[in-house]
Design a protein around this ligand. Structure first.
Ligand code: C2E
Ligand code: CA
Ligand code: CA
Length: 572
């Protein structure tokens, strides 16, 4: 802090004199111009303009009261209501005692009485006011998080300790709040929007703690922390915050989750309590079903498990613990079923934790970003498999690989996949790309650009989980797609209500209009198969044919069922 002070003291400050009588302006300028840069204005309106337009920040305003157009009092009340300038110190220039109280009430810092016959006194008051306000700014900057105006972690812990000390008998909770996938929000909407969202969210939290006699701090990027009086029902707190979010401009799509550590023993180390609240918060994130969690032993185990998985990724890749399973997509158009392609699905054989399904580790890896490493590995493995089947069967069995929405942000995505294809000696016709619909819910333009780049290279693009996201028909229409893959939930519910059947019919129509192929996945029964076939779905994937299986088993399956017609290229 000392250093900051020194730096600040070396800069030449700017003082704005607001005074309609030029002779007074002259005198004050004369007194102050040795030490300060001087700006002038003849009334309140002009002063506001100067303050807002000035490139160098103004350190102090000397303000006359009686001026034409806008007088000193009106100026004061406007400036003190302005978030950006309310801390600007203002010294009122007056000859009337009666003005002093009013000016004080409106937030003036000091007075200088006319006439200006004591230059040293004026210099001293100006200097003192500037110093005071800058000291306060330094203190506030250290106490408050600049972006969100909540407490910095250090000060938060200190104030929480104070609460414990003075209210030893009040039951309290420590709550860590995290915004869901905030890094994505930033990547999608840009950092300015991210900062805005963060500030608005902080305001909502402040509002909430005010009612529960608590305090708010920010731990790191998108983690907030609250210390407040015991809340019995976190469900309704979640609703309250959610409601406020919904009503807030520009952030109504923000989601959040929180972890609670109930303080039973105020002597317990605060850092440890904080750790546990954060663990609970992170554990919610993994399960994704409930959006809050109160810390207990299970929460602890869950966090450890998640951390372990992310920690183990690099090693797992090195030691080839990931295995690619393949699930057939079967062309059912004609009388004879033929293999159309297969989908590559990742599996993890963890040496200590056993078999882990992608439903568990993919969301975790997406959150952390390590999905990029895993996907690269899977793509390469798939490419090798394609090559080996080509050699074995004399035809290509195309493999669809999954591309995560996180991969879509990678500038080198297209060249990476192209390189894998080239290095493994296969062709772009052999590797289909499944891009989930949610990958372009928000950042449509970038997604289109990426997909177009893939198309230019000659790849086949399948839109996965179609119907689960919110892509508009316009988007779909301008995207150069090859395949729409109906989201599995429609198949699961197709006979439960008419609406689902109708939606499936609409998807089929869309595909027909766009002249793209249709795939239905998650097909488990004969009944589903024939209904889908009837509606124009000619490529079917699902347990009805086979679960995802290791490469060797897939070979056995297609051989015994005569699904490969050697010598001809498989239809899409
Ligand atoms: P997805 O891409 O939608 O894959 C289809 C999922 O449905 C697979 O789950 C598959 O095993 C399952 N499935 C297939 N047929 C049926 C059926 O008839 N009934 C039922 N109930 N399920 C069926 P899986 O293998 O557990 O993968 C889950 C998700 O994890 C995938 O959903 C995909 O989003 C993701 N994933 C898997 N492997 C990878 C990968 O290598 N990279 C990326 N980025 N994501 C992957
Ligand atoms: Ca898929
Ligand atoms: Ca899917």
């Amino acid at each position: 802090m000392g250093n900051n002070n020194n730096i600040i003291k070396q800069i030449r400050r700017t003082v704005l004199i607001v005074e309609d009588e030029w002779i007074n302006t002259e005198i004050l300028s004369e007194i102050l111009s040795d030490s300060y840069e001087i700006l002038t204005a003849e009334n309140g309106v002009e002063a506001l303009r100067v303050i807002r337009e000035s490139i160098t920040p103004i350190s102090l305003v000397l303000l006359d009261i009686n001026m034409p157009v806008m007088g000193g009092f009106e100026f004061l009340s406007i400036i003190k209501a302005d978030e950006a300038y309310k801390r600007l110190p203002i010294i009122v220039l007056t000859s009337e005692k009666a003005h002093e109280l009013r000016a004080l009430e409106l937030g003036a810092s000091d007075f200088i009485t006319k006439p200006y016959d004591m230059p040293e006194v004026i210099q001293a008051r100006v200097r003192r006011s500037i110093e005071l306000s800058e000291d306060r700014m330094i203190i506030q900057a250290a106490e408050r998080d600049e972006l969100t105006d909540t407490y910095t972690p250090h000060i938060f812990v200190e104030y929480a300790a104070k609460i414990d000390r003075y209210h030893p008998d009040d039951a309290t909770d420590l709550v860590v709040v995290n915004i869901d996938k905030f890094h994505l929000f930033n990547e999608l909407y840009g950092y300015d929007a991210g900062a805005y969202a963060m500030r608005s969210f902080a305001e909502i939290l402040k509002d909430v703690v005010r009612k529960n006699s608590g305090i708010v701090g920010r731990l790191q990027t998108d983690y907030f922390v609250l210390y407040l009086n015991r809340i019995e029902n976190y469900g309704s707190l979640m609703q309250e915050i959610g409601g406020k979010l919904n009503r807030s401009y520009g952030i109504s799509n923000l989601r959040f989750h929180l972890g609670v550590y109930r303080t039973e023993n105020k002597q317990e180390d605060f850092e440890k309590r904080l750790d546990r609240a954060k663990q609970a918060c992170d554990a919610v994130n993994a399960s994704n079903k409930e959006h809050f969690l109160i810390y207990d032993d299970e929460a602890q185990r869950n966090t450890l498990f998640r951390e372990r998985l992310v920690q183990d990724v690099r090693r797992a890749i090195e030691e080839r613990q990931f295995e690619v399973y393949y699930q057939p997509k079967v062309n059912v158009r004609g009388d004879q079923y033929i293999l159309s392609s297969v989908e590559a699905l990742a599996r993890w054989n963890h040496p200590e934790l056993g078999f882990i399904s992608p439903g568990v580790f993919i969301p975790l890896f997406e959150e952390d970003g390590v999905i990029r490493l895993v996907d690269r590995y899977i793509w390469r493995e798939a490419a090798r498999q394609i090559r080996s089947w080509k050699e074995k069967y004399g035809v290509s069995i195309p493999v669809s690989v999954n591309i995560s929405r996180i991969d879509m942000f990678d500038k080198n995505l297209v060249s990476t996949i192209r390189q894998i294809v080239d290095e493994e000696g296969i062709s772009v016709d052999d590797m289909y790309l499944e891009i989930t619909e949610s990958a372009y819910n928000n950042e449509v333009e970038q997604a289109i650009a990426t997909i177009e780049a893939f198309k230019r290279e000659g790849f086949t693009i399948e839109i996965d989980d179609f119907g689960s996201g919110y892509s508009s028909l316009n988007t779909i229409a301008v995207m150069p797609l090859d395949v729409l893959k109906l989201d599995m939930k429609f198949v699961r519910e197709m006979f439960k209500n008419d609406k689902t059947l109708k939606i499936i019919g609409i998807v089929a129509d869309i595909a027909k209009n766009l002249k793209v192929h249709l795939v239905a996945e998650g097909v488990e029964t004969e009944e589903q198969l024939s209904a889908l076939k009837h509606m124009g779905f000619h490529i079917i994937q699902g347990y009805y044919f086979s679960k995802p299986v290791p490469a060797r088993e897939l070979e056995k399956y297609v051989e015994t069922n005569h699904l490969i017609q050697t010598g001809v290229t498989l239809p899409c």
